[in-house]
Design a protein around this ligand. Structure first.
Ligand code: BTN
Length: 243
């Protein structure tokens, strides 16, 4: 991964650039990284604050030989790789919030957006967008309570973005190859060890409803299992989770 790294000063979104590159046939492992995104994209149609100089904003093109319905597994795999990279680079221990928010001391330090180009039975490409707050010392007011950076959590230590991406790609490569060879089980176990969502009473807000219950696990597809007060288990495919 990362044999080809395309660096841009400023883009609308590295996701868009990567989608276009993938449609034109870019090889697996191609990475588009930008210093600044004018319209960084978050999950659920949100925007992702991507100022120049301080964060790592990039998209990775994968072409995994898996059926489209298993693509969500890559989202959890990415969260594992990012979490381990943060620990290796800084000594800090982040926690994963389902499906893929990376938190330090309860505040979000990194986000992951996985998108797919596929036919009904075959994946053409998976575009994994990763945003990591590295050296910001302040955030826009509306984010200051919920966002943090590696620097803020380590008493002002400045980290090299180039070093961080190298560490992350090596963790990613390890897990991606392990996954292609041995399947999802070990990734799932590692994800479960790094999350704080499982076992907690949570509120899950989906597009259509709000559910309250205990997060009891994830399925082999990365779907969250929520046990409601009446004992019934709900499958949560996409939602916002709060404690
Ligand atoms: C989220 O937590 O909502 C996901 C955030 C994903 C942000 C990254 S930054 C690089 C890539 N390009 C984008 O426009 N978004 C992703």
């Amino acid at each position: 991964l990362g044999q080809e790294i395309i660096y841009k000063n400023e883009v609308t979104s590295t996701q868009e650039e990567a989608h276009e590159a993938a449609r034109k046939g870019a090889a697996e492992g191609t990475i588009i990284v930008a210093d600044r995104q004018l319209k960084g994209k978050g999950r659920l149609g949100r925007k992702w604050e991507s100022p120049p100089g301080s964060g790592l904003w990039f998209s990775l093109i994968l072409r995994p030989p898996i059926p489209p319905q298993e693509a969500p597994q890559l989202t959890l795999l990415t969260a594992v790789a990012v979490t381990e990279a943060v620990t290796e680079a800084t000594g800090l221990q982040p926690q994963i919030k389902w499906p893929n928010d990376i938190l330090l001391n309860g505040k979000k330090v990194a986000g992951i957006l996985t998108e797919m180009q596929s036919d009904p039975d075959r994946i053409q490409a998976v575009i994994v967008g990763i945003g990591i707050n590295i050296n910001q010392m302040e955030f826009p007011e509306e984010l200051s309570d919920i966002a943090t950076s590696l620097k803020q959590e380590s008493e002002g230590t400045t980290y090299s973005r180039a070093d961080f991406i190298a560490i992350l790609l090596s963790r990613y490569e390890y897990w991606y190859h392990h996954y292609l060879k041995h399947g999802f089980l070990d990734v799932k176990k590692r994800w479960e060890a790094l999350t704080f969502t499982i076992g907690k009473k949570i509120k899950a807000t989906t597009v259509t409803k709000t559910l309250i219950g205990t997060a009891v696990g994830i399925t082999d597809d990365g779907v969250l299992l929520l046990k409601k007060e009446d004992g019934e288990i709900e499958h949560i495919y996409s939602a916002d989770i709060s404690l």
